[in-house]
Ligand binder design. Structure first.
Ligand SMILES: Nc1ncnc2c1ncn2[C@@H]1O[C@H](COP(=O)(O)OP(=O)(O)OP(=O)(O)O)[C@@H](O)[C@H]1O
Ligand SMILES: [Mg+2]
Length: 268
């Protein structure tokens, strides 16, 4: 049975040999030690791994330290020119380098980059929430070059406008989905701070199909930070990746998912 089957319990095999894209949520940063260890281990075993990271809490923390307000629309950070400076500094600087350093310490040849580098992520500028790339596309050529060289790319969710006229804030989930689509990833794993996607009664959903996703979204049950995960995850699932949302605070969760454990929520 291939990775796709093991990760979803389903029978498609389209992207089986592709890389594994792992989105590390900012809300689990600081408790990510075993996830990074798992990523380093998978890389050592010869798997191609791409990490896309968030860092929303750190951005908000730095905005507060600088006396700026954080504002949210549908789970996406509304971004003024001033807040964009903080986003770029914290995500593409601090968090990206901390992750690369931690992976290097674990023996993985991590290369930190942002979506600006190699024009990896470009998007139209949002018309409603400022300097945000709401619908990014990924040019996978730089990531492929790094993967082919045996490196482990760590991508910060900062990109550019389509005409390269400005940097843009991109939601990390949305970025991870675009990367998975472009790389034809075997799997896309979102590490977050809840064990599963929950239904209206607060019960965990093991397997979420498109119709139920739409229904729960329309009913407002899927909201906030879960919206960009499921929107971008659905796009990746349609493009042939196995997609799972799992609790990144649990030990060895990446290892267990890749080894076929039916944990978290799978998109079907
Ligand atoms: N139906 C749902 N089931 C589970 N969680 C949900 C649901 N709807 C909304 N959420 C919220 O989504 C949150 C996860 O997204 P959030 O953006 O906060 O974290 P993250 O993406 O892991 O981290 P970061 O945004 O910092 O990178 C959960 O903590 C929960 O509050
Ligand atoms: Mg989030």
């Amino acid at each position: 049975m291939g990775t796709w089957d093991r990760l979803t319990g389903m029978n498609a095999t389209t992207n089986e040999d592709g890389p594994i894209v792992i989105k590390i949520g900012g809300s689990t940063l600081g408790e990510h030690d075993t996830s990074l260890r798992d990523c380093a281990e998978l890389h050592r075993e010869g798997r191609q791994v791409v990490i896309v990271h968030g860092g929303g809490a750190a951005v908000t923390d730095w905005q507060q330290r600088l006396g700026a307000e954080a504002a949210w629309v549908d789970g996406l950070r509304s971004t003024t020119p001033e807040s964009l400076e903080v986003v770029v500094a914290v995500l593409a600087g601090l968090i990206n380098k901390q992750l690369a350093q931690a992976l290097q310490q674990l023996g993985a040849p991590a290369i930190g980059l942002s979506g600006v580098d190699g024009a990896t992520l470009r998007s139209p500028i949002s018309t409603r929430i400022g300097l945000v790339g709401e619908s990014p596309t990924c040019d996978p050529s730089t990531l492929r070059t790094l993967l082919t060289a045996g490196l482990l790319p760590v991508l910060a969710p900062v990109g550019m406008a389509d005409d390269c006229s400005t940097t843009l804030n991109i939601n990390a989930d949305t970025a991870a989905g675009a990367v998975a689509v472009a790389l034809q990833a075997a799997a896309l794993i979102y590490l977050t701070d809840v064990p599963q996607v929950l239904d209206a009664e607060g019960r965990g959903i093991g397997c979420l199909d498109a119709a139920r996703q739409e229904q729960l979204t329309d009913a407002g049950v899927i909201a906030g930070g879960m919206l960009p995960k499921l929107r971008s995850g659905r796009a990746a699932q349609c493009a042939g990746s196995a997609v799972r949302i799992v609790d990144g605070t649990q030990p060895r969760v990446v290892r267990r998912v890749v080894d076929g454990a039916a944990i978290g929520t799978a998109l079907s």
